[in-house]
Design a protein around this ligand. Structure first.
Ligand code: FES
Ligand SMILES: [Fe+2]
Length: 402
């Protein structure tokens, strides 16, 4: 590459091994599955960044990520079963330890286990998710999010899978809220959703911060948003923002959730959003909160994409979502139909970007600059999160009007 202008956004849509964005994503640990979706002893196939893998939890409790296929004859290892912390292939019974070493080849007169290994990938469980490092050795240090490490309760929502390119989600800005989420705002009496706000972006040492305010307002221009007037994008693919706790039974608690969302491409035309929420309550109340939130989320996750598909097909409208539906779920459906509706690979060359599109312009620039550096063999940015939670750091450092 001769310069940043050479690389186009369309060049970042592919995420497979060796592609520009695929190489950049693979420089970072990425969530690959929700921890509670992987019971011990039940291997599963998983696809991420245009590649398939096998994942299983050993009887010791640790999660292991391996190549998808058995190195013997290529059957999916996810068809096999777990023995202790090792995985046995269902086709001919070869057995692999958690580090990938083959240790058994039944019925072979002269086993050659020592020379056979299946590729494994470093994995780590954090914040209710299983992360894997899918890039070249060595793996970088694992990055934690200080906001999630505070006392409180963590809930990892059912993973959302959307059949469109990840940029459809990356490009989602705050300007959409009063429009996309209008029906939920009206149905639930949430006037705050309907207020038109402006978004001002600022580049930071970890990505960017967005400051929202009502155009022309004086004083505390975040208004009723409280902590929600600031939100963050942590490079390369994490959103962090705040919202009032609204799980059933906790609507009037006055608490604020911190929500962290990792957006990871499954392949070029599908991505997963891993939503983790931190709520500052502990003990028995925290257990009750987690229970309320999980049961609500899991129940509504069962049917929400069916409704989204009906809305996209014109069989029903967003204004017709049932009154009893929780705001979390109708928000998810509203975002789904607008983002998926743009098409699996949106035609970005036909866009007409306006002055209010600053967020996506800045994010695209950050990504294009980073990937260009990578392709040029120059160092990429070492994105650094502050040691203290962004909920505190941001208020000190990103005041409006400063
Ligand atoms: S294909 Fe796995 S043991 Fe033969
Ligand atoms: Fe939204």
């Amino acid at each position: 590459m001769d310069g940043p202008e050479k690389l186009q956004l369309a060049d970042l849509e592919q995420v497979g091994p060796g592609t520009p964005a695929g190489r950049y994503f693979r420089k970072f640990w990425q969530p690959i599955m929700r921890a509670r979706d992987l019971p011990p002893g039940r291997p599963k196939p998983v696809e991420m960044l245009g590649e398939k893998f096998t994942i299983y939890r050993g009887e010791g409790g640790s999660a292991y990520v391996t190549a998808y296929r058995c190195p013997h004859r290529g059957t999916p290892l996810s068809l096999g079963w777990v023995e202790g912390d090792s995985l046995r292939c269902r086709y001919h019974g070869w057995r692999f330890e958690g580090d990938g070493q083959c240790v058994e080849q039944p019925n072979e007169d002269r086993p050659f286990c020592d020379r056979i290994q299946v590729r494994t990938y470093p994995s780590k469980e954090y914040a209710g998710l299983i992360f894997a490092y899918l890039g070249d050795d060595p793996a970088p240090p694992f990055r934690t999010i200080p906001d999630l490490d505070q006392p409180g309760v963590i809930v990892a929502d059912p993973v959302e899978m959307l059949p469109c390119n990840y940029w459809n989600k990356f490009d989602n800005d705050h300007g959409h809220i009063p429009w996309v989420h209008r029906a939920t705002g009206l149905r639930t009496g949430r006037d705050d959703i309907l207020v038109l706000r402006q978004e001002v972006m600022q580049k930071t040492e970890f990505g960017m911060v967005s400051k929202r305010h009502v155009k022309g307002a004086k004083g505390d221009v975040g208004g009723a948003l409280g902590a929600g007037k600031l939100s963050y994008f942590i490079m390369p693919n994490i959103r962090l923002f705040f919202g009032r706790t609204r799980a059933k039974g906790f609507e009037d608690s006055g608490l604020w959730d911190t929500k962290v969302v990792w957006m990871v491409p499954v392949h070029d035309q599908k991505f997963e959003a891993f939503d983790v929420t931190h709520t500052p309550i502990e003990g028995k109340e925290a257990e009750a909160y987690a229970e309320a939130r999980y049961s609500q989320q899991e129940a509504e996750a069962e049917f929400r994409w069916d409704l989204a598909a009906k809305i996209l097909d014109g069989e029903m409208s967003l204004d017709e979502l049932p009154d009893y539906m929780g705001a979390y779920t109708s928000f998810a459906i509203e975002d789904y139909v607008t983002q998926v509706g743009m098409g699996p690979l949106a035609e970005r060359s036909k866009e007409n970007l306006a002055a209010t599109d600053t967020k996506l312009a800045m994010l695209r620039r950050l990504w294009l600059d980073e990937v260009t550096a990578l392709l040029d063999g120059r160092p990429t940015t070492d994105w650094k999160l502050p040691d203290e939670p962004l909920s505190e750091y941001g208020v000190k450092h990103y005041q409006f009007g400063s």
